[in-house]
Design a binder for this molecule. Structure first.
Ligand SMILES: *Cc1c(COP(=O)(O)O)cnc(C)c1O
Length: 214
């Protein structure tokens, strides 16, 4: 069930200055998105293009909403994502970034990009390994029509609080090293830990919308 407006306000008011809230609405209805936008929430995250497009069309009257793509991004979905989304949190390889750059030029868009990094080898998750990112960095920063704003990371599912916090810390340090301002990290079960070590975007799904319907 969708969070109430006073509980939502409590969460919003608890966020330190400079920490933004992304409401991850995948698996939830456009009515829930509309209600949450009525509480003042403007940033929404989706992980599948096919699911996002009809919802966005239904919510077309809410021009002020900003859409963030957070799912794993397949090659053949890049054009659709570039056209439909303002932010991409899941750019996880140099070939993918090159494709985003080329298509963004064709579409005359400049999406805001987070590079997804995995700080531990995790076969279930996408993401640059840190060393690969550092090796690719000169190529990445030369790409046109991508506005590189930060790093994104998801800890392995089996991690405990201490391990997650260490990983979030590594993400913040790498972002600082690369002079990137934003860190997209922290979800419903670990957002407070992420904020303590420098998250600037937290991505909350179930805490706001309740259990997913799909
Ligand atoms: C689903 C999802 C979230 C939200 O997860 P919750 O645990 O429900 O808060 C955040 N980030 C990404 C990338 C997701 O896919």
């Amino acid at each position: 069930m969708l969070i109430g407006s006073s509980e939502f306000k409590l969460i919003k008011d608890s966020l330190p200055l400079g920490v933004r809230l992304l409401a991850v609405s995948k698996g939830h209805s456009q009515e829930s998105i509309r209600k949450l936008s009525g509480f003042g929430q403007l940033d929404f995250g989706e992980s599948r293009l096919q699911e996002a497009v009809p919802k966005k069309n239904d919510l077309n009257d809410l021009k002020q909403l900003r859409w963030h793509f957070v799912g794993s991004l397949q090659k053949n979905k890049v054009r659709g994502v570039v056209k439909e989304f303002d932010f991409i949190h899941s750019a996880d390889s140099l070939p993918l970034l090159e494709r985003i750059s080329r298509i963004s030029q064709e579409e005359q868009k400049t999406p805001n990009i987070f590079l997804q990094v995995k700080f531990r080898d995790d076969p279930k998750k996408g993401g640059f390994l840190k060393q690969d990112l550092l090796n690719s960095w000169p190529n990445i920063i030369s790409l046109k029509n991508i506005n590189l704003i930060g790093l994104m990371t998801i800890p392995p599912i089996a991690f405990n609080a201490r391990q997650r916090k260490d990983l979030f810390c590594e993400c913040r340090n790498l972002a600082n090293h690369l002079e990137l301002k934003e860190c997209s990290m922290g979800m419903s079960n670990d957002w407070q830990e992420a904020i303590e070590v420098g998250a600037t975007w937290i991505r909350l799904g179930s805490l706001l919308f309740g259990k997913r319907q799909t």
